[in-house]
Design a protein around this ligand. Sequence first.
Ligand code: CP
Length: 330
Amino acid sequence: MTQFEGSHILSVSQLDLDSINTIFNVANKMTPYALREKRTKVLEGAILGNLFFEPSTRTRVSFGCAFNLLGGHVRETTGMASSSLSKGESLYDTARVLSTYSDVIAMRHPDAYSVKEFAEGSRVPVINGGDGPNEHPTQALLDLFTIKKELSHSGMGIDGMHIAMVGDLKYGRTVHSLSRLLCMHKDIKFTLISPSELAMPDYVIADIENAGHKITITEQLEGNLHNADILYLTRIQEERFPSQEEANKYRGKFRLNHNIYTQHCKSNTVIMHPLPRDSRAQANELDNDLNSHPSLAIFRQADNGLLIRMALFALTLGVEDQLEKYECPV
Ligand code: CP
């Protein structure tokens, strides 16, 4: 039995290097099941409550598919309007009720700390699929898993690496969670590139500084990427701005395309983005002309999300050692 069995996964602050390694080891074991080379029914009869009160493609569908690939069923609720939350029901009451119908719940909600509030009423493990601008712990885990794999191709590890984070670092919850996971490692160099109005929150910067890592804060993309091992781009999170006009002020400020990459980055700088990227002309922070570049890891990140979410279900439900026992023909 691991520390995860029966537990909520709400924040990366619950994790340490040992527990992250446990998740990554189980995620690696999931590869043949995700690739459909093997099949297991280890979660047959179990139900995932997949509650998404904010738009999502990757997180929602990969949570659902991860559960299906382990043999379980998925009951999905999407959008606030289709839930009695829109009639004033509390998160606590909603959790009390829905946790009777499910064995585990994944949830995304537009408000910071809402998933934690929901978990207080839940009788089953709750996994945070993104709570407003606060955290996105499963994305951070899949990002770290991806960084580890990508850097291993150049014989590097996470300790000692240089990451440049670019874009909306204020509202981009993935960079908050990822920074905190990276803080657990040694000698990381952070270059944080954003408009000053969209800078990384002070509490994340304090975590980075208190962990003794080097940090550069700038508003300039060009000239600050040349030593980066990882270039992590983010979208302007327009849904968190007071108005569309306010968001428009920042869209298109930082753009990466083939020409800029070739001029300003090392030849093997890994390009990451949690997606969705905003491909509308006025934004276009990551151009399609890099789509076939071998350093573009954005779709490998999304692939790894399936493995990480399969691992988290197996661990929270305590079946990580029973995958083979419940194997069946492909
Ligand atoms: N990365 C991510 O959270 O994507 P979705 O919003 O599509 O789930």
